[in-house]
Write a protein that binds this ligand. Structure first.
Ligand SMILES: *Cc1c(COP(=O)(O)O)cnc(C)c1O
Length: 363
C-alpha cells in the first residue's frame, strides 16, 4: 500500500548528464544518507554505471557499507566522530577528509605501518562549517607534509564546500581556495585532486570545477538550480500510496485533526496511507500535491502520522488506485520540489527523510 519506486537507470542517466556538464577528469557522486533516501548501494552501483569514478559519503560507516556491498571504487568520507577508531575505514581503503590538526592526528593514530592513509585536506573558504580556517592552514599543511614524508599519509586532495549563496559568493570562495592551493604548494604539496563544487556550483559556477565535482542532489534528478531543468535530469524516486478508503461525505464536514479543512459541498474523500512518520512533511498539510490516475489534487486537512485525506470532489476514484506524491513531472506527476515548496523546505529534505516503513522497489 506504500511504495517508493527507485529507478537506477535514471541515476545512471543523470550521472552521464553531469559528466558531460562538468567535463572534469573525475566525477564523485555523493551517496550519503542512504543515497539521499534512494538506497546507498542502489545509488552507488547506478552512479558507477553512469560514469562516476568516485563515491562520497558523510560518515565512515556509510563508506564501509559500500565496501561491504562489494563496491571497490574510490570512496571519500568526510565526517567522523572525535573518538572514532578510523582503522576500519583505512583498512577498507577509504579516503578521509581532514579539517584540523586534531583530525590529522586521529588519522595518523589509526594508520597501519606500510599502508599510508589517503587524505583530502578540507579548507573553510567561507561556508563557516567544516574545513580548516585560513589561519590554521600553514600548520595543518606542514603537519600533513611531514606525515607524508614519513610515509603515514598521502595527501590526495584539497577540497572545500561552497555556501550556494550566489555565483558571486562562490567566486569569492574560489579565490580563497586559490590562496589555500598556494599555501599548500609553499609547503611542498601538490594534490592530485582539487575539488570544490557540488550540485549548485557545478551548474552555476563551472569555472570552479577543477579536477572533480562532488554531486549529490542532481544525480538523483532533483533540479536544484534552474539550469538543471534544461539538461534533462530524470527524477529517480516516485513515492505513492494506495487509496485505502474512499467515501462520500456531506457538506461542512471537518477533515482531520484540528479541522483545518472543511468540505464545501457533498464530496468524495480518499485516504492515502502515508504520513509524517513516513517522511511526508506535516508542514505540507492542505497544500501538498498528489495525482490520482493523472488527475491532480492536494492534501485536504492535516497530514497525520500514518495517513492523510484528499478531497477529490466528484471524481470517480476508487480504493486500490494509487496516489502519486512525487515522481516525474515529465509524466504529469508532482515533483519533490513542489512538496518542498508546500512544506517550506528544500527537495533535499523531502527525499532524504523518506521513512523506513515505505518499501523501496528498485526497477
Ligand atoms: C552533501 C555534500 C555534497 C553534495 O551536495 P549536493 O548539493 O547534494 O550536490 C558535496 N560535498 C559535501 C562536502 C557535502 O557534504
Amino acid at each position: 500500500m506504500r511504495e517508493a519506486l527507485i529507478r537506477p537507470a535514471a541515476i545512471s542517466h543523470n550521472v552521464g548528464v553531469l559528466a558531460e556538464m562538468a567535463k572534469t577528469p573525475n566525477l564523485l557522486i555523493v551517496v550519503k544518507a542512504d543515497g539521499y533516501g534512494h538506497g546507498a548501494l542502489t545509488a552507488a552501483r547506478a552512479a558507477l554505471e553512469g560514469g562516476a569514478n568516485w563515491l562520497g559519503t558523510a560518515d565512515t560507516s556509510e563508506a564501509l557499507e559500500l565496501r561491504a556491498g562489494g563496491i571497490d571504487s574510490r570512496v571519500l568520507a568526510w565526517l567522523f566522530g572525535p573518538t572514532e577508531d578510523l582503522s576500519p575505514a583505512l583498512e577498507a581503503g577509504i579516503d578521509l577528509g581532514v579539517s584540523s590538526l586534531t583530525q590529522l592526528d586521529q588519522v595518523i593514530r589509526a594508520v597501519t605501518p606500510g599502508r599510508p592513509a589517503r587524505i583530502h585536506l578540507k579548507v573553510d573558504t567561507g561556508l563557516g562549517r567544516s574545513g580548516a580556517d585560513p589561519r590554521e592552514w600553514e600548520a595543518l599543511f606542514q603537519a600533513a607534509k611531514s606525515a607524508q614524508d614519513s610515509g603515514v599519509v598521502v595527501v590526495v586532495g584539497l577540497f572545500t564546500h561552497l555556501s550556494g549563496t550566489s555565483p558571486e559568493a562562490d567566486a569569492k570562495q574560489g579565490l580563497v581556495y586559490e590562496d589555500a592551493l598556494a599555501v599548500l604548494d609553499s609547503v611542498g604539496l601538490q594534490p592530485e585532486i582539487r575539488h570544490v563544487t557540488s550540485s549548485i556550483g557545478t551548474s552555476d559556477s563551472p569555472a570552479l570545477a577543477h579536477d572533480m565535482v562532488r554531486v549529490g542532489a542532481a544525480a538523483y534528478g532533483v533540479p536544484v538550480t534552474p539550469r538543471y531543468h534544461e539538461v534533462g535530469l530524470i527524477p529517480a524516486m516516485r513515492v505513492s500510496g494506495q487509496l485505502i478508503l474512499v467515501k462520500r461525505v456531506q457538506e461542512g464536514l471537518g477533515v482531520g485533526y484540528g479541522h483545518t479543512y472543511r468540505t464545501s459541498s457533498e464530496t468524495t474523500l480518499a485516504l492515502v496511507p502515508l504520513g509524517y512518520a513516513d517522511g511526508i512533511p506535516r508542514h505540507a498539510s492542505n497544500t501538498g500535491p498528489v495525482t490520482i490516475e493523472g488527475q491532480r489534487f492536494h492534501v485536504s486537512g492535516r497530514i497525520s502520522m500514518d495517513q492523510f485525506t484528499v478531497d477529490v470532489g466528484d471524481s470517480a476514484v476508487h480504493e486500490g488506485q494509487w496516489a502519486v506524491l512525487w515522481g516525474d513531472p515529465a509524466h504529469g506527476e508532482p515533483s519533490a520540489n513542489e512538496w518542498a515548496e508546500a512544506a517550506g523546505t528544500i527537495a533535499y529534505e523531502i527525499v532524504t527523510r523518506l521513512g523506513s516503513r515505505i518499501p523501496r522497489v528498485v526497477a
